[in-house]
Ligand binder design. Structure first.
Ligand SMILES: Cc1ncc(COP(=O)(O)O)c(C=O)c1O
Ligand SMILES: Nc1c(O)cccc1C(=O)C[C@H](N)C(=O)O
Length: 405
Protein backbone atom coordinates (compact mmCIF):
# COMPACT_ATOMS: atom_id res chain seq x y z
CA UNK A 1 0.00 0.00 0.00
CA UNK A 2 1.49 3.36 -0.99
CA UNK A 3 1.50 5.96 1.73
CA UNK A 4 0.21 9.43 0.91
CA UNK A 5 3.03 11.91 1.73
CA UNK A 6 0.79 13.69 4.25
CA UNK A 7 0.23 10.39 6.09
CA UNK A 8 3.94 9.97 6.76
CA UNK A 9 4.16 12.29 9.75
CA UNK A 10 0.64 11.80 11.01
CA UNK A 11 0.76 11.78 14.82
CA UNK A 12 -2.72 10.23 14.93
CA UNK A 13 -2.01 7.45 12.42
CA UNK A 14 -1.84 4.70 15.04
CA UNK A 15 -5.36 5.50 16.24
CA UNK A 16 -6.97 3.97 13.16
CA UNK A 17 -6.14 0.50 14.47
CA UNK A 18 -8.32 1.18 17.51
CA UNK A 19 -11.45 1.22 15.32
CA UNK A 20 -13.38 -1.54 13.62
CA UNK A 21 -13.68 -0.32 10.07
CA UNK A 22 -15.25 -2.88 7.72
CA UNK A 23 -12.96 -4.09 4.93
CA UNK A 24 -13.32 -1.96 1.80
CA UNK A 25 -15.13 0.88 3.55
CA UNK A 26 -14.04 4.52 3.63
CA UNK A 27 -16.23 6.00 6.34
CA UNK A 28 -17.07 9.66 5.90
CA UNK A 29 -20.12 9.70 8.17
CA UNK A 30 -18.62 9.91 11.65
CA UNK A 31 -20.48 13.21 11.94
CA UNK A 32 -23.72 11.21 12.08
CA UNK A 33 -22.75 7.88 13.68
CA UNK A 34 -19.19 7.29 14.88
CA UNK A 35 -17.31 4.04 14.22
CA UNK A 36 -17.11 1.27 16.83
CA UNK A 37 -13.86 1.36 18.84
CA UNK A 38 -12.59 -2.23 18.90
CA UNK A 39 -12.41 -2.52 22.67
CA UNK A 40 -15.99 -1.45 23.31
CA UNK A 41 -17.69 -4.85 22.75
CA UNK A 42 -15.47 -6.51 25.38
CA UNK A 43 -16.18 -3.73 27.86
CA UNK A 44 -19.91 -3.98 27.19
CA UNK A 45 -19.73 -7.75 27.55
CA UNK A 46 -18.12 -7.24 30.95
CA UNK A 47 -20.78 -4.77 32.04
CA UNK A 48 -23.54 -7.12 30.91
CA UNK A 49 -22.22 -10.42 32.19
CA UNK A 50 -20.15 -9.45 35.22
CA UNK A 51 -21.67 -6.20 36.48
CA UNK A 52 -25.31 -6.81 35.57
CA UNK A 53 -25.24 -10.62 35.33
CA UNK A 54 -23.26 -11.35 38.48
CA UNK A 55 -23.18 -8.30 40.72
CA UNK A 56 -26.76 -7.36 39.86
CA UNK A 57 -28.15 -4.42 41.81
CA UNK A 58 -24.99 -4.18 43.94
CA UNK A 59 -23.31 -2.66 40.86
CA UNK A 60 -24.96 0.72 41.47
CA UNK A 61 -22.46 1.03 44.34
CA UNK A 62 -19.78 -1.57 43.64
CA UNK A 63 -19.23 -0.53 40.03
CA UNK A 64 -20.21 3.13 40.56
CA UNK A 65 -23.06 2.92 38.07
CA UNK A 66 -24.76 5.73 39.93
CA UNK A 67 -21.94 8.17 39.09
CA UNK A 68 -21.63 7.21 35.44
CA UNK A 69 -23.40 10.35 34.11
CA UNK A 70 -20.87 12.51 35.97
CA UNK A 71 -17.84 10.33 35.11
CA UNK A 72 -18.72 10.34 31.41
CA UNK A 73 -19.52 14.06 31.65
CA UNK A 74 -16.06 14.84 33.00
CA UNK A 75 -14.39 12.88 30.20
CA UNK A 76 -16.39 14.84 27.62
CA UNK A 77 -15.76 18.07 29.55
CA UNK A 78 -12.04 17.74 28.95
CA UNK A 79 -12.67 17.77 25.20
CA UNK A 80 -14.88 20.86 25.26
CA UNK A 81 -13.07 23.14 27.71
CA UNK A 82 -15.46 22.62 30.60
CA UNK A 83 -14.45 22.68 34.26
CA UNK A 84 -14.66 19.39 36.12
CA UNK A 85 -18.16 18.87 37.47
CA UNK A 86 -19.81 21.02 34.79
CA UNK A 87 -20.95 18.33 32.34
CA UNK A 88 -23.30 15.38 32.73
CA UNK A 89 -24.07 12.69 30.16
CA UNK A 90 -27.78 11.97 30.06
CA UNK A 91 -30.91 11.80 27.94
CA UNK A 92 -30.88 12.81 24.26
CA UNK A 93 -29.67 16.09 22.81
CA UNK A 94 -33.27 17.09 22.09
CA UNK A 95 -34.30 16.51 25.71
CA UNK A 96 -31.24 18.36 26.94
CA UNK A 97 -32.09 21.31 24.70
CA UNK A 98 -35.51 21.37 26.35
CA UNK A 99 -33.99 21.37 29.82
CA UNK A 100 -31.37 24.05 29.26
CA UNK A 101 -33.65 26.29 27.22
CA UNK A 102 -36.38 26.20 29.88
CA UNK A 103 -33.78 26.78 32.60
CA UNK A 104 -32.27 29.71 30.69
CA UNK A 105 -35.65 31.32 30.00
CA UNK A 106 -36.54 31.19 33.66
CA UNK A 107 -33.33 33.13 34.41
CA UNK A 108 -34.54 35.95 32.12
CA UNK A 109 -38.24 36.17 33.08
CA UNK A 110 -38.72 39.68 31.72
CA UNK A 111 -37.49 38.91 28.22
CA UNK A 112 -39.45 37.16 25.51
CA UNK A 113 -37.15 36.43 22.56
CA UNK A 114 -35.37 33.15 21.85
CA UNK A 115 -32.88 33.96 19.09
CA UNK A 116 -31.66 31.23 16.76
CA UNK A 117 -30.69 30.83 13.12
CA UNK A 118 -31.88 28.89 10.11
CA UNK A 119 -28.70 26.79 10.12
CA UNK A 120 -29.70 25.27 13.42
CA UNK A 121 -30.61 21.61 13.49
CA UNK A 122 -34.41 21.45 13.30
CA UNK A 123 -34.91 19.52 16.53
CA UNK A 124 -33.54 22.48 18.50
CA UNK A 125 -36.09 24.75 16.85
CA UNK A 126 -38.91 22.24 17.35
CA UNK A 127 -38.06 21.99 21.04
CA UNK A 128 -38.14 25.78 21.30
CA UNK A 129 -41.54 25.85 19.59
CA UNK A 130 -42.88 23.17 21.93
CA UNK A 131 -41.59 25.05 24.94
CA UNK A 132 -43.10 28.30 23.69
CA UNK A 133 -46.52 26.62 23.56
CA UNK A 134 -46.05 24.87 26.89
CA UNK A 135 -44.94 27.99 28.78
CA UNK A 136 -47.61 30.13 27.11
CA UNK A 137 -45.89 33.33 28.23
CA UNK A 138 -45.67 35.04 24.87
CA UNK A 139 -42.15 33.95 23.92
CA UNK A 140 -41.10 34.64 20.36
CA UNK A 141 -38.75 32.31 18.51
CA UNK A 142 -36.78 34.57 16.17
CA UNK A 143 -34.97 32.66 13.43
CA UNK A 144 -32.52 34.70 11.38
CA UNK A 145 -29.80 33.91 8.86
CA UNK A 146 -26.54 32.83 10.55
CA UNK A 147 -24.78 36.02 9.47
CA UNK A 148 -27.58 38.13 10.96
CA UNK A 149 -27.41 36.78 14.52
CA UNK A 150 -25.16 39.57 15.69
CA UNK A 151 -27.47 42.31 14.39
CA UNK A 152 -30.52 40.60 15.91
CA UNK A 153 -29.06 40.62 19.43
CA UNK A 154 -30.80 43.27 21.50
CA UNK A 155 -32.23 43.82 25.00
CA UNK A 156 -35.36 41.78 24.18
CA UNK A 157 -33.36 38.59 23.71
CA UNK A 158 -33.55 36.23 26.66
CA UNK A 159 -31.55 33.42 25.10
CA UNK A 160 -29.36 33.06 22.03
CA UNK A 161 -29.45 29.37 21.08
CA UNK A 162 -27.14 28.26 18.28
CA UNK A 163 -25.51 25.14 16.90
CA UNK A 164 -21.82 25.91 16.61
CA UNK A 165 -21.11 23.83 13.50
CA UNK A 166 -23.85 23.86 10.87
CA UNK A 167 -24.93 20.26 10.21
CA UNK A 168 -25.23 20.84 6.46
CA UNK A 169 -22.46 23.24 5.47
CA UNK A 170 -20.07 22.78 8.38
CA UNK A 171 -19.92 26.58 8.88
CA UNK A 172 -18.61 27.43 12.36
CA UNK A 173 -20.01 30.22 14.51
CA UNK A 174 -17.60 32.33 16.55
CA UNK A 175 -18.62 31.01 19.95
CA UNK A 176 -16.58 33.39 22.07
CA UNK A 177 -17.49 36.47 20.03
CA UNK A 178 -21.24 35.81 19.85
CA UNK A 179 -21.43 34.78 23.51
CA UNK A 180 -19.76 38.06 24.46
CA UNK A 181 -22.20 40.03 22.30
CA UNK A 182 -25.15 38.15 23.81
CA UNK A 183 -23.89 38.90 27.31
CA UNK A 184 -23.37 42.56 26.40
CA UNK A 185 -27.12 42.69 25.72
CA UNK A 186 -27.94 40.78 28.89
CA UNK A 187 -28.90 37.55 27.08
CA UNK A 188 -27.77 34.01 27.88
CA UNK A 189 -26.01 31.75 25.36
CA UNK A 190 -26.81 28.09 24.68
CA UNK A 191 -24.53 26.20 22.31
CA UNK A 192 -25.35 22.90 20.60
CA UNK A 193 -22.02 21.11 20.15
CA UNK A 194 -23.39 18.05 18.31
CA UNK A 195 -20.95 18.57 15.41
CA UNK A 196 -18.18 20.09 17.54
CA UNK A 197 -17.47 17.74 20.44
CA UNK A 198 -14.53 15.52 19.51
CA UNK A 199 -14.33 17.21 16.11
CA UNK A 200 -12.82 20.63 16.82
CA UNK A 201 -11.22 22.24 19.87
CA UNK A 202 -13.95 23.86 21.98
CA UNK A 203 -13.38 26.08 25.01
CA UNK A 204 -16.71 26.54 26.76
CA UNK A 205 -15.32 28.21 29.85
CA UNK A 206 -12.97 30.43 27.83
CA UNK A 207 -15.90 31.51 25.65
CA UNK A 208 -18.06 32.18 28.71
CA UNK A 209 -20.88 29.97 27.38
CA UNK A 210 -23.80 29.62 29.77
CA UNK A 211 -25.16 26.27 28.61
CA UNK A 212 -24.22 23.63 26.07
CA UNK A 213 -25.55 20.31 24.82
CA UNK A 214 -24.29 17.75 22.33
CA UNK A 215 -24.45 14.18 21.04
CA UNK A 216 -22.53 11.14 22.24
CA UNK A 217 -22.95 9.09 19.08
CA UNK A 218 -21.20 11.26 16.49
CA UNK A 219 -17.50 12.17 16.86
CA UNK A 220 -17.44 10.73 20.40
CA UNK A 221 -18.25 7.26 19.00
CA UNK A 222 -20.57 6.24 21.85
CA UNK A 223 -22.79 4.07 19.63
CA UNK A 224 -26.27 4.43 18.14
CA UNK A 225 -28.51 6.48 20.40
CA UNK A 226 -25.68 7.02 22.91
CA UNK A 227 -26.57 9.42 25.72
CA UNK A 228 -26.09 13.09 25.02
CA UNK A 229 -24.35 15.61 27.27
CA UNK A 230 -25.29 18.84 28.96
CA UNK A 231 -23.12 21.68 30.32
CA UNK A 232 -24.01 24.41 32.80
CA UNK A 233 -21.45 27.14 33.53
CA UNK A 234 -20.20 26.89 37.12
CA UNK A 235 -21.55 30.31 38.13
CA UNK A 236 -25.09 29.30 37.10
CA UNK A 237 -25.16 25.85 38.62
CA UNK A 238 -26.75 26.87 41.91
CA UNK A 239 -29.22 29.15 40.20
CA UNK A 240 -30.65 26.92 37.49
CA UNK A 241 -33.81 24.90 37.86
CA UNK A 242 -34.53 21.92 35.66
CA UNK A 243 -38.01 21.88 34.13
CA UNK A 244 -37.85 18.10 34.46
CA UNK A 245 -37.32 17.75 38.17
CA UNK A 246 -36.65 14.06 38.66
CA UNK A 247 -35.28 12.01 41.49
CA UNK A 248 -31.77 11.73 40.00
CA UNK A 249 -31.51 15.52 40.26
CA UNK A 250 -32.65 15.46 43.88
CA UNK A 251 -30.30 16.27 46.72
CA UNK A 252 -31.05 12.91 48.38
CA UNK A 253 -32.76 10.54 45.94
CA UNK A 254 -32.74 7.66 48.39
CA UNK A 255 -34.30 9.68 51.20
CA UNK A 256 -37.52 9.43 49.16
CA UNK A 257 -38.78 12.78 50.42
CA UNK A 258 -42.04 13.98 48.95
CA UNK A 259 -40.60 17.39 48.12
CA UNK A 260 -38.09 18.14 45.40
CA UNK A 261 -34.83 19.77 46.47
CA UNK A 262 -32.24 20.02 43.70
CA UNK A 263 -28.79 18.64 44.31
CA UNK A 264 -25.83 21.01 44.18
CA UNK A 265 -24.20 21.35 40.76
CA UNK A 266 -24.92 20.31 37.20
CA UNK A 267 -26.32 16.94 38.34
CA UNK A 268 -29.60 18.69 39.12
CA UNK A 269 -30.16 18.63 35.35
CA UNK A 270 -30.35 14.82 35.37
CA UNK A 271 -33.80 13.31 35.60
CA UNK A 272 -34.24 9.54 35.84
CA UNK A 273 -32.26 6.32 36.05
CA UNK A 274 -29.15 6.49 33.86
CA UNK A 275 -28.95 4.16 30.84
CA UNK A 276 -26.01 2.11 32.12
CA UNK A 277 -25.37 0.00 29.03
CA UNK A 278 -25.21 2.90 26.61
CA UNK A 279 -23.35 5.11 29.09
CA UNK A 280 -20.82 2.31 29.53
CA UNK A 281 -20.36 2.14 25.79
CA UNK A 282 -19.80 5.90 25.60
CA UNK A 283 -17.46 5.84 28.61
CA UNK A 284 -15.34 3.12 27.02
CA UNK A 285 -15.36 4.81 23.60
CA UNK A 286 -13.90 7.93 25.19
CA UNK A 287 -10.76 5.95 26.12
CA UNK A 288 -9.59 6.62 22.57
CA UNK A 289 -9.43 10.34 23.33
CA UNK A 290 -7.45 9.98 26.56
CA UNK A 291 -4.01 10.69 25.07
CA UNK A 292 -5.25 12.87 22.22
CA UNK A 293 -4.75 16.60 21.89
CA UNK A 294 -7.74 18.27 20.20
CA UNK A 295 -5.29 20.57 18.39
CA UNK A 296 -3.78 17.53 16.64
CA UNK A 297 -7.28 16.44 15.66
CA UNK A 298 -7.99 19.89 14.28
CA UNK A 299 -4.77 20.08 12.32
CA UNK A 300 -5.39 16.74 10.66
CA UNK A 301 -9.07 17.48 10.09
CA UNK A 302 -8.18 20.67 8.20
CA UNK A 303 -5.58 18.82 6.18
CA UNK A 304 -7.98 15.97 5.28
CA UNK A 305 -10.76 18.35 4.27
CA UNK A 306 -8.43 20.57 2.23
CA UNK A 307 -7.10 17.57 0.31
CA UNK A 308 -10.64 16.32 -0.29
CA UNK A 309 -11.81 19.70 -1.62
CA UNK A 310 -8.79 20.02 -3.90
CA UNK A 311 -9.23 16.50 -5.29
CA UNK A 312 -12.99 16.82 -5.80
CA UNK A 313 -12.77 20.25 -7.42
CA UNK A 314 -9.98 19.07 -9.72
CA UNK A 315 -11.93 16.03 -10.91
CA UNK A 316 -15.60 16.97 -10.52
CA UNK A 317 -16.33 20.41 -12.04
CA UNK A 318 -20.08 19.69 -11.94
CA UNK A 319 -20.11 19.88 -8.11
CA UNK A 320 -20.42 23.11 -6.14
CA UNK A 321 -18.71 23.48 -2.80
CA UNK A 322 -21.42 23.85 -0.14
CA UNK A 323 -19.05 24.64 2.74
CA UNK A 324 -16.97 27.68 3.57
CA UNK A 325 -13.76 27.66 1.57
CA UNK A 326 -11.76 28.98 4.51
CA UNK A 327 -10.90 25.91 6.62
CA UNK A 328 -10.95 28.02 9.77
CA UNK A 329 -14.62 28.76 9.08
CA UNK A 330 -15.48 25.03 8.74
CA UNK A 331 -15.94 22.23 11.24
CA UNK A 332 -14.79 18.73 10.37
CA UNK A 333 -17.06 18.16 7.39
CA UNK A 334 -17.32 19.21 3.78
CA UNK A 335 -20.43 19.45 1.62
CA UNK A 336 -20.84 19.53 -2.12
CA UNK A 337 -24.06 20.46 -3.84
CA UNK A 338 -25.49 18.53 -6.79
CA UNK A 339 -29.11 18.18 -7.93
CA UNK A 340 -28.88 14.38 -8.04
CA UNK A 341 -26.79 14.27 -4.87
CA UNK A 342 -29.00 11.68 -3.21
CA UNK A 343 -28.41 9.15 -6.00
CA UNK A 344 -24.69 9.94 -6.12
CA UNK A 345 -24.37 9.31 -2.36
CA UNK A 346 -26.21 5.96 -2.72
CA UNK A 347 -23.86 4.97 -5.57
CA UNK A 348 -20.88 5.94 -3.39
CA UNK A 349 -22.21 3.89 -0.48
CA UNK A 350 -22.67 0.91 -2.81
CA UNK A 351 -18.95 1.21 -3.61
CA UNK A 352 -17.85 1.47 0.01
CA UNK A 353 -17.57 5.24 0.42
CA UNK A 354 -20.07 6.14 3.13
CA UNK A 355 -21.18 9.75 3.29
CA UNK A 356 -24.72 11.08 3.54
CA UNK A 357 -27.21 13.39 1.91
CA UNK A 358 -29.18 16.31 3.32
CA UNK A 359 -32.09 17.80 1.41
CA UNK A 360 -32.37 19.50 -0.94
CA UNK A 361 -29.04 18.82 -2.70
CA UNK A 362 -26.25 18.42 -0.16
CA UNK A 363 -23.75 15.58 -0.26
CA UNK A 364 -22.10 15.62 3.14
CA UNK A 365 -18.73 14.12 4.01
CA UNK A 366 -17.43 13.98 7.57
CA UNK A 367 -13.72 13.79 8.36
CA UNK A 368 -12.78 11.93 11.49
CA UNK A 369 -9.03 12.26 11.99
CA UNK A 370 -8.88 9.37 14.43
CA UNK A 371 -9.65 6.79 11.76
CA UNK A 372 -9.14 8.42 8.35
CA UNK A 373 -5.95 8.85 6.37
CA UNK A 374 -5.16 11.21 3.51
CA UNK A 375 -5.04 8.15 1.27
CA UNK A 376 -8.66 7.35 2.23
CA UNK A 377 -9.70 10.85 1.30
CA UNK A 378 -7.90 10.81 -2.05
CA UNK A 379 -9.39 7.39 -2.84
CA UNK A 380 -12.88 8.59 -1.90
CA UNK A 381 -12.57 11.61 -4.20
CA UNK A 382 -11.38 9.39 -7.06
CA UNK A 383 -14.34 7.02 -6.63
CA UNK A 384 -16.72 9.99 -6.53
CA UNK A 385 -15.18 11.38 -9.72
CA UNK A 386 -15.50 8.03 -11.47
CA UNK A 387 -19.13 7.60 -10.41
CA UNK A 388 -19.92 11.04 -11.82
CA UNK A 389 -17.93 10.55 -15.04
CA UNK A 390 -19.65 7.23 -15.81
CA UNK A 391 -23.05 8.29 -14.43
CA UNK A 392 -23.12 5.09 -12.36
CA UNK A 393 -25.46 6.97 -9.99
CA UNK A 394 -28.16 7.22 -12.67
CA UNK A 395 -30.08 4.09 -11.73
CA UNK A 396 -33.60 3.76 -10.31
CA UNK A 397 -32.39 1.87 -7.23
CA UNK A 398 -30.27 4.85 -6.20
CA UNK A 399 -33.17 7.29 -6.48
CA UNK A 400 -35.67 5.79 -4.05
CA UNK A 401 -35.38 7.65 -0.78
CA UNK A 402 -34.83 5.45 2.27
CA UNK A 403 -36.69 6.12 5.52
CA UNK A 404 -33.46 7.25 7.20
CA UNK A 405 -31.07 9.24 5.07
C1 LIG B 1 -26.99 19.88 15.89
C2 LIG B 1 -27.85 18.73 16.34
N1 LIG B 1 -28.59 18.87 17.43
C3 LIG B 1 -29.39 17.88 17.86
C4 LIG B 1 -29.45 16.67 17.18
C5 LIG B 1 -30.46 15.65 17.63
O1 LIG B 1 -30.06 14.90 18.64
P1 LIG B 1 -30.95 13.72 19.25
O2 LIG B 1 -31.65 13.06 18.10
O3 LIG B 1 -29.93 12.82 19.83
O4 LIG B 1 -31.87 14.30 20.22
C6 LIG B 1 -28.65 16.46 16.04
C7 LIG B 1 -28.63 15.20 15.28
O5 LIG B 1 -29.46 14.37 15.29
C8 LIG B 1 -27.85 17.54 15.62
O6 LIG B 1 -27.11 17.43 14.52
N1 LIG C 1 -29.42 10.83 15.06
C1 LIG C 1 -29.60 10.31 13.84
C2 LIG C 1 -30.41 9.19 13.67
O1 LIG C 1 -31.02 8.65 14.76
C3 LIG C 1 -30.60 8.64 12.42
C4 LIG C 1 -29.96 9.23 11.33
C5 LIG C 1 -29.18 10.32 11.47
C6 LIG C 1 -29.01 10.90 12.72
C7 LIG C 1 -28.24 12.11 12.89
O2 LIG C 1 -27.57 12.24 13.86
C8 LIG C 1 -28.36 13.15 11.89
C9 LIG C 1 -27.46 14.28 12.21
N2 LIG C 1 -27.79 14.97 13.45
C10 LIG C 1 -27.33 15.30 11.12
O3 LIG C 1 -26.53 16.20 11.29
O4 LIG C 1 -27.97 15.22 10.09
Amino acid sequence: MTLHPLDQNDVLAAKKAAFQIPEGVIYLDGNSLGVLPKHVPDRLQEVVTREWGTSLIKSWNDHSWIDLPQRVGDRIGRLIGADKGSVVACDSTSVNVFKVLAAALSLRPDRKVILSDNGNFPTDLYVAQGLQALLDKGHELKIVAPEDVEAALNEDVAVMMLTQVDYRSGRVHDMAGLTQLAHDKGALAIWDLAHSAGAIPVNLSGAGADFAVGCGYKYLNGGPGAPAFLYVAPHLQEEVASPLAGWMGHEAPFAFDLDYRPVTGVSRMTVGTPAILSLSSLHAALDVFEDVDMNDIRQKSVSLSEVFIQEVERQCPQLELGSPRDPQARGSQVSFRFDDGYAVVQALIAEGVIGDFRAPDIMRFGFTPLYLSHKDVVDAAAILADILATRRWDKPEFKTRAKVT
